[in-house]
Ligand binder design. Structure first.
Ligand SMILES: C[S@@+](CC[C@H](N)C(=O)[O-])C[C@H]1O[C@@H](n2cnc3c(N)ncnc32)[C@H](O)[C@@H]1O
Ligand SMILES: [Zn+2]
Length: 279
């Protein structure tokens, strides 16, 4: 166990990167005083003892529970998304860069990627779900974890060399603001057969049975030049428990209960990594 607390570690990491931050209320620069992020107009945000910042205190409770993010973290720690992590690492520039994971959830993808790059980058994970950020911060000390809305990011313009956006909604205008001039935007979207074993059971006979990411790709191209498109297709064994975890954290199952689904393994992981540059 590390001798210094999570809160103290977070304070150090944020202090080192304080120039990246701006106030979400008045846009002024921030300083780290004691254990508070403070702006010149005296807006103050406390560091939580688990080592994260809440910069969207007015956010509504998310649809996802803490248990669900914990379950997701366990699944990720079995290496379920390893192929994705490897492909992302290959797609990124050499280390010592600033990486933002926008919609990080419980943070495993960002942590695993940072670990593979030997923690040489400055990494920040943001998500609107406080429950997700809490699970991220209790699992991993390394990235900076922040509760934040993609529509009101707490960062100065040109702050990040890479923005990751994995299976999460995008806010293109915000991303363009905080990305550097020659930065990369890396978005991960489902392929047609992503979690086919769930999809088949949920949508049989409906118009959702066939999924295509075409609309998402078209929208992406309005904001970024699509430099590269990397396909991932694997089949992963999951335990019955992890199958449930997977079912719970996918928007696919919003109107269904886990009990309605029959356990199937292996599960198809078909994803696409869209790599974009400014136009
Ligand atoms: C399907 S999860 C993916 C999480 C993670 N990237 C992963 O792959 O495990 C989508 C995430 O987007 C987050 N999200 C949705 N709208 C958001 C917003 N406006 N700002 C920040 N995060 C948001 C949700 O809270 C959720 O954690
Ligand atoms: Zn302020």
């Amino acid at each position: 166990m590390s001798m210094i607390s999570k809160k103290e570690q977070a304070k150090q990491k944020i202090s080192q990167n304080i120039h990246l931050f701006k106030c979400v209320i008045c846009n002024s620069p921030m300083t780290m005083d004691d254990h508070q992020l403070t702006c010149s107009n005296n807006h103050r945000f406390d560091l939580a003892k688990q080592g994260y910042l809440n910069l969207a205190p007015q956010a509504k409770k998310s649809n996802y529970s803490k248990e669900l993010f914990q379950a997701r973290q366990q699944l990720c720690q079995t290496g379920f998304y390893q192929e994705l992590i490897d492909k992302l690492v290959e797609a990124l520039p050499s280390p010592s860069i600033r990486i933002l994971d926008a919609g990080t959830g419980e943070g495993s993808h960002l942590y695993q990627l940072a670990e593979k790059r030997k923690f040489q980058d400055h990494t920040v994970g943001v998500d609107l779900a406080k429950e997700g950020i809490q699970v991220a911060a209790s699992g991993y000390a390394e990235p900076i974890w922040i509760v934040s809305d993609l529509a009101n990011l707490p960062f100065q313009n040109n702050s990040f060399d890479v923005i990751l956006n994995i299976l999460s909604p995008s806010n293109y205008q915000s991303f363009l603001n905080v990305l550097t001039e020659d930065g990369l935007f890396v978005k991960v979207v489902p392929g047609a057969n992503y979690l086919k074993e769930l999809r088949d059971q949920l949508y049989e006979g409906t118009d959702k049975e066939e999924y295509t990411n075409q609309q998402v790709v078209t929208h992406f191209k309005k904001y970024f030049h699509l430099k590269d498109r990397i396909k991932i297709e694997t089949s992963e064994h999951v335990s019955e428990e992890n199958f449930k975890h997977l079912v719970q954290m996918t928007p696919l199952t919003a109107n269904h209960s886990v009990e309605q689904l029959e356990y199937r393994s292996p599960v198809t992981l078909e994803l696409e990594v869209l790599v974009g540059e400014r136009m």
